[in-house]
Design a protein around this ligand. Sequence first.
Ligand code: HEC
Ligand code: HEC
Ligand code: HEC
Ligand code: HEC
Ligand code: HEC
Ligand code: HEC
Ligand code: HEC
Length: 246
Amino acid sequence: MAALLHADVGRGNGHPARTDCGVCHLAGPNVDQDQASKLVSSQELLCARCHARAIEVSHPSGFAPKRSLPAEYPLDWKGDLTCSTCHLPHGREPGLLRGKKHGKDFCLTCHDQAFFRSMKDAGTSMVISGHLDVSRGRSTIDIDVHSLHCLGCHAGSHSDGGSVSIGSSGVLRHASGAAPHPIGRSYRDASKRGGFQPENQLAQKKILLSDGRISCISCHEAYKKEHGKLVVSNERSALCLACHAK
Ligand code: HEC
Ligand code: HEC
Ligand code: HEC
Ligand code: HEC
Ligand code: HEC
Ligand code: HEC
Ligand code: HEC
């Protein structure tokens, strides 16, 4: 097994690609499973070389928890909860998370409901990720409050039955593949580039913006008996054309 893993990682196509093993592993290129935990520095430093924002506005990392955690999320050799507690550094699935859980279900493996219920927003602003801005320097995941509310229940990986996921560039993807779309972006800023209906005509078409931004509630009813119904039928792309000008 160790040899297999080594061969797999060693081909250089895994994450982090094209980085010498010795940058992190004391054993260098010959590192195997047994020596893997001996690292040249803390993961908070090694990983932050490329993911500086993963240690800001993020889940705490690099501390010894005072309680025991589920075995599938292991502490490192010094007993610290660290990046590799939640992540498989050489994993292949998007997000590199350990286990099959994402979103709130993931958080609830270590925290109970009461932990989140005691928060003013019931934790919805955080459960989407372990980090609120880890864009590798590119863009910011800046999502409107209404979408955050919806994501509190709907965020997840598709394989896990979660209904939507948000990529690091702020693009929403539905499990069904329907209408992948940017959210959290300013309608007015986009309109300046042309191709959109006048903002003051959206309301009469039942399209809502959240603080001027595209949101789940621009396309879905949010406070109606029929939970999640589209605000207008999308027959012949009517929903899309309520905002997009042909
Ligand atoms: C950016 C730092 C970094 C680099 C570069 C790196 N690793 Fe790792 N590797 C880690 C961390 C962190 C762990 C998890 C350590 C732990 O469990 O305490 C790990 C774990 C492993 C494991 C244990 C099994 C697994 O997949 O988790 C093997 C085997 C391994 N690395 C091999 C390699 C090889 C071979 C290379 C070079 C091709 C390499 N690593 C490059 C950080 C790195
Ligand atoms: C308590 C768990 C936890 C810890 C600790 C943690 N992360 Fe994460 N991280 C997550 C979750 C959850 C996601 C979202 C992954 C998903 O659902 O696809 C994530 C996502 C990421 C992403 C991708 C985000 C993006 O949108 O591009 C990076 C990069 C990352 N983590 C790096 C790190 C690094 C580096 C550390 C250590 C300093 C770390 N993480 C510690 C839970 C954690
Ligand atoms: C040499 C730079 C480099 C280092 C060091 C590095 N990463 Fe990454 N990481 C990347 C790049 C580039 C990507 C995006 C491309 C990819 O998936 O390979 C990425 C992707 C990720 C993702 C998934 C993001 C997503 O949206 O799927 C996570 C999680 C992550 N890294 C965590 C870590 C952790 C934990 C460490 C430390 C063990 C680490 N990284 C060290 C460059 C690095
Ligand atoms: C692997 C276990 C684990 C997972 C998964 C996990 N946490 Fe934690 N988290 C901890 C531990 C341990 C602490 C330290 C306090 C404690 O023991 O509860 C903590 C602390 C926190 C704190 C308190 C920070 C502070 O200083 O006030 C917040 C907020 C938090 N977690 C949110 C989350 C969210 C949101 C998720 C899902 C994205 C998550 N956690 C996933 C283990 C975990
Ligand atoms: C308290 C949890 C919760 C919140 C918050 C929530 N939903 Fe849901 N939603 C559910 C559940 C449960 C279902 C039914 C099971 C499923 O399809 O995942 C559902 C189903 C849906 C469906 C599918 C309906 C159908 O006909 O199949 C849509 C669309 C939807 N929600 C949109 C939203 C939007 C938009 C928001 C934010 C305004 C939101 N949800 C907020 C729990 C929630
Ligand atoms: C640009 C418009 C648009 C936005 C923005 C949007 N949706 Fe959807 N959503 C759709 C369409 C279209 C469907 C397919 C509905 C159908 O076929 O009846 C859909 C379907 C769904 C479903 C049903 C399951 C599925 O995969 O099709 C859920 C759940 C859902 N949306 C939740 C959300 C949540 C949560 C947000 C915000 C994070 C959101 N949507 C934002 C247009 C949108
Ligand atoms: C609430 C108004 C609104 C609705 C409804 C809407 N869009 Fe959009 N759409 C926008 C805005 C504004 C942008 C530009 C966002 C940005 O990048 O700043 C956009 C961007 C896009 C993009 C990305 C284009 C690019 O090059 O970045 C696609 C594709 C798209 N919309 C398709 C659709 C489809 C298909 C539908 C119907 C299911 C739809 N939109 C419904 C407002 C809307």
